[in-house]
Write a protein that binds this ligand. Structure first.
Ligand SMILES: C[S@@+](CC[C@H](N)C(=O)[O-])C[C@H]1O[C@@H](n2cnc3c(N)ncnc32)[C@H](O)[C@@H]1O
Length: 296
C-alpha cells in the first residue's frame, strides 16, 4: 500500500524519500486539484494520485516527455523497443554512442533520447548549459540497459500511462508564477523550488528574490499550500525558513546521504515542509492517495 512509485525521469533533488511524510501531511479531498508548479520528476504528485492535477515546470523536456505519454506518442511498448535497440548499441560502442545520442538530442529534442540520456548519464542528473544544451557526462555503464533495467523503466512508463487513463492530469511548460495564477479555489499547491544557491542547471536558477515572489503569489492565491525546503545541515542553517516562511507551520525530517562510497562520509540534512495550515493530527490523515493503488 505504501510503496513509493519512482518515475521514469530522474532529477537531482528528487523527493522520493519525503513522499510518505508529504502524504501524511497534505489536506486533500476528492475534488481537490493537485497543483505542482515545480514538477521535476513528478514523484510527489505521481504518488499522491489526485483525480485532478496540474504538473508544470520550466524545463520543456520534462513536460514534453509526459505530454507525449498523454498523447500516446510514447508508451511502454515503444520505450521497450527503443531502449532495447539503443541499449544494445551502447553495450557495443560505449561512451561514443552516449555522446552521439547527446548530440542528437541537443539537435532534435526527442523525448526518447532524453529518457535514454537521463537513465545512462552520470548520477541520473538533468543539467542544461546556458545554450540550453544537455551537458551531463556519461555514467560509464556500457551494459546499463540490461533486460531487467529496461523492464523497470517500461513499468514506470506504464504506471504513468495508467494514471493518465484514470485521472484528469495536465502538463504545462511554464514558470511558477503563471501556474499559480491559473489555479482555482479547490486547489492544493505543492511547491518544491530549487534550493537557493545550489543550482547547477540553467533551468534551475533560483535566488531569494524569486523565493519572496513565490511567497507573495502563494499568499495571494489564498489556497492551502506546502513548500519543501531545507532547514539546516551540520554547517549551516537556511535563514530563509525563518525570514520568508516564518509564518508557516514547519514539519521536519532528517535525511542522510553519502559523499562518495565510505560509510564515515555520511552527512545529514534536515528537510523541512512548510505549510500555511495546522499540522494534521495523526488520527486524521488524508486518505485520498490510498484510494488509488495502481500497482502494488
Ligand atoms: C528541486 S526540483 C523539483 C523536484 C521534484 N519535487 C522531485 O521530487 O522530483 C525543481 C524544479 O523546478 C524547476 N524550476 C526552476 N525554476 C522554475 C521556475 N521559475 N518556474 C517553474 N519551474 C522551475 C526546475 O526545472 C526543476 O525541475
Amino acid at each position: 500500500m505504501n510503496k513509493v512509485f519512482v518515475p521514469p525521469i530522474k532529477i537531482q533533488g528528487i523527493k522520493t524519500k519525503l513522499v510518505p511524510l508529504i502524504k501524511e501531511n497534505i489536506k486533500l479531498d476528492k475534488n481537490t486539484v493537485w497543483v505542482e508548479p515545480f514538477m521535476g520528476s513528478g514523484v510527489v504528485g505521481f504518488n499522491v494520485c489526485a483525480e485532478q492535477a496540474v504538473f508544470a515546470d520550466i524545463n520543456p523536456h520534462i513536460i514534453q516527455f509526459y505530454q507525449q505519454i498523454k498523447n500516446k506518442q510514447i508508451d511502454g511498448y515503444i520505450v521497450r523497443q527503443f531502449l532495447e535497440e539503443n541499449g544494445q548499441l551502447l553495450s557495443q560502442k560505449g561512451q561514443d554512442f552516449y555522446y552521439e545520442i547527446r548530440n542528437r538530442f541537443n539537435e532534435n529534442h526527442s523525448s526518447l533520447d532524453f529518457l535514454f540520456l537521463n537513465r545512462s548519464c552520470f548520477n541520473g542528473m538533468i543539467r542544461f548549459n546556458k545554450d540550453y544544451k544537455f551537458n551531463v557526462p556519461y555514467g560509464h555503464k556500457d551494459q546499463r540497459f540490461a533486460k531487467a533495467y529496461i523492464t523497470k523503466i517500461v513499468n514506470q512508463v506504464k504506471y504513468v500511462e495508467e494514471c493518465l487513463h484514470n485521472f484528469d492530469w495536465h502538463f504545462y511548460c511554464q514558470s511558477f508564477e503563471k501556474t499559480i495564477q491559473q489555479i482555482n479555489e479547490n486547489s492544493f499547491i505543492y511547491c518544491d523550488p530549487p534550493y537557493i544557491g545550489r543550482h547547477i542547471d540553467y533551468y534551475d536558477s533560483w535566488n531569494e528574490d524569486l523565493e519572496i515572489k513565490l511567497k507573495e503569489i502563494l499568499l495571494k492565491s489564498k489556497v492551502k499550500f506546502m513548500l519543501s525546503t531545507w532547514d539546516k545541515n551540520i554547517y549551516r542553517t537556511n535563514d530563509c525558513v525563518q525570514k520568508i516562511w516564518g509564518f508557516c507551520n514547519k514539519i521536519t525530517q532528517q535525511h542522510f546521504y553519502h559523499i562518495g562510497a565510505k560509510e564515515k562520509n555520511r552527512n545529514s540534512i534536515i528537510e523541512a515542509l512548510m505549510t500555511n495550515y495546522e499540522k494534521i493530527p495523526l488520527f486524521n490523515h488524508s486518505p485520498i492517495y490510498q484510494q488509488h493503488v495502481l500497482f502494488s
